[in-house]
Design a protein around this ligand. Sequence first.
Ligand code: AMP
Ligand code: GLY
Length: 426
Amino acid sequence: MKVLVVGAGGREHALVWKLHQSKMVKKIYSAPGNAGISQLGECVDIKLDDLKGLADFAQRKSLDLTVVGPELPLTLGIVDEFVKRGLKIFGPSKKAAEIEGSKAFAKEFMKKYHIPTASFKIFDDKDKALDFLSEAPFPLVVKADGLAGGKGCIPVENFSQAEDAIRKTMVEKIFKEAGSRIIVEDFLEGEEVTIMAFTDGKTIIPMFPSQDHKRIYDGDAGPNTGGMGAYAPTHFVDERLMKKIYDEVLEPTIFGLEREGRIFKGILYAGLMLTEIGPKVMEFNCRFGDPETQVVLPLLKNDLVEILFSVIEGELELESVKWKDAFAVCVILASAGYPGKYEKGKEIFGLAKVENDALIFHAGTKLENGKFKTDGGRVLGVTGVDSSLEKAGSKAYLAVDRIRFDGMQFRRDISRKGMKVKGRYF
Ligand code: AMP
Ligand code: GLY
């Protein structure tokens, strides 16, 4: 079987790594891929938004399966383009992907189907937004409607901060057209968790619950990033809470989307805040999370190809997905300056020393004259897997301490939050 993985990050390297273990897979392509992926498959230079180019490639090579990592091609309709041509592809249609592509759509949808989420208002007009904010109770968050790489949410504590957020999103357009419409919603407090689920639009199978670390610095300080590390499973979600999340969030979402004529097949990602009064949805994504995938896939027992095909064919069976009795911790190594402007082209040292101890998933890397160099904000994900969270964390950090590149920054506290809670629920 020949497979194409669309994307270029740590998530896609983890997908390629897992697919590579399948006996059914003979050849893997990745578009555009990265230096780590190029060790397991062939990278092809086709852009993420070139849907026709990707479909032409799949046709020309007679590929058996395409797996899409990032949201951009999904929200642009890559699945519809492939299906139209009779090509097998894993992911939701354009209409279903709108659950991530438009936060305004997602919020109205949640309201209609009574899915717990923060109270909100939607604005297309900055003066109306400011009018509302002049009398609103703070704290609140201001969010761009469209895709903003996980950075489109600005917490605001008073009117002057809110004014600033509105100016940045709606006037200066720091998130481009994604910020022409905004959502203002209540600021939620609690523990943030990620629940990803496989679904064929009828059957829903949640994966191990995981926890991302969005802020750049230890102790959840500093600006939001695409994610500085993750661990799974997290004890913050026990079996009872998972059932509640299934009943109140996952099931009504998948069934609601079906009723709206937007059958969702693929990965539904719910970003939840565990508030005092229960879990609330902060965001839906229509794909695997990054870095969460770098901790969840190493714990999956099944052949991933089998699950992906059963989703595509609408034959996903309950109880078919099995997990290892283990924990995984992923620490992201980022370039100096990230999440702002960062440097590239720094040589990465120490990778060969750690390859037997930890899983190294490349994100922003390139190969130049046989040397690995940095080529993005998030450079590497270092994942340790072991029988306890403590041991998995130690493994990851032992490896991290042997890798270096100029300006390398990372958090020292990935998974520490999870260790405060004792006991294992999954
Ligand atoms: P989003 O822009 O919805 O993808 O959210 C990005 C991040 O902003 C989330 O992972 C949270 O850390 C934070 N966030 C989003 N919505 C809220 C909210 N209502 N209250 C507090 N934090 C939020
Ligand atoms: N970890 C956040 C995301 O994948 O959007």
